[in-house]
Design a protein around this ligand. Sequence first.
Ligand SMILES: [Zn+2]
Length: 300
Amino acid sequence: MNERNLIGYGPQPPDPRWPGNARIAIQFVLNIEEGAESSVLNGDAYSEAYLHELLGRPVREKRDFSVESMYEYGSRTGVWRILQLFNDRGLPLTAFAVGQALERNPEIGAALVAGKHEIAGHGYRWLDYSNIPENIERRHIQLTLEIIERICGKRPVGWYTGRCSTHTHRLLSEIDGILYSSDAYNDDLPYWVNGSSPSLIIPYTLVNNDARYLLPNGFRCGDEFYQSLKDAFDLLWQEGEQYPKMMSIGLHGRISGHPARAMALMRFLDYIQDYDSVWICRREEIAGHWIAKHPPVIRT
Ligand SMILES: [Zn+2]
């Protein structure tokens, strides 16, 4: 995928024909990353700089116990609170699971399976793959697929690196069984990319994403996250009468798993559950639907 496509579907996107004639497909992602972040304990040069509670804190060339501990909140506590919210309501998630994070807390994998959630791959380490050699990235993708299969009993069909490299899309297209990848932010609907074989992209979001609590000019409190999600839902619901779309929402145990933020998430779940014609689903279901109803047009 080397060429950019700035045109996409344009003003008249296709009717996705979601199951049950839903006006909107809603897809919650739970990122499982904690323990795989940058750390000298992991052999990295620096402590983690990104997506923790102390924005702007300089990295250290030694352990940063405060940052490590903030990450640990996610895998020890936050993930369980978020899972409870979804399990109580019988709502599905797609986990973007980092291989090393799952290895260090396999109980999370078992709980995801028990809750009938999807587990997609999210790299072996939670770091920027743009600086990592191609052969290591290839090995990390394979390793992550193997770890998830071992812990969760099923090989992932979906993938999201996050900070991907120039090789990521091609490396994924070489792997059998990957139905979709989500390393894109450029649409409200899935789409096909033509390569040696067509690959399905299910775009993700850094807008409807709790990461913005920890980014400059982001959400200051749960009300702001809730209002942003509600506005996105309300607009897509209106548009959905004519042009149904999908809405992705990104969550993290160490972020939305904190009580005040979990309340905001709970309010949003309660809000959307009052609507009919909403398809709350896993990403693999969107992939299956798109492959069946909107197969790629092969250009010859
Ligand atoms: Zn992530």
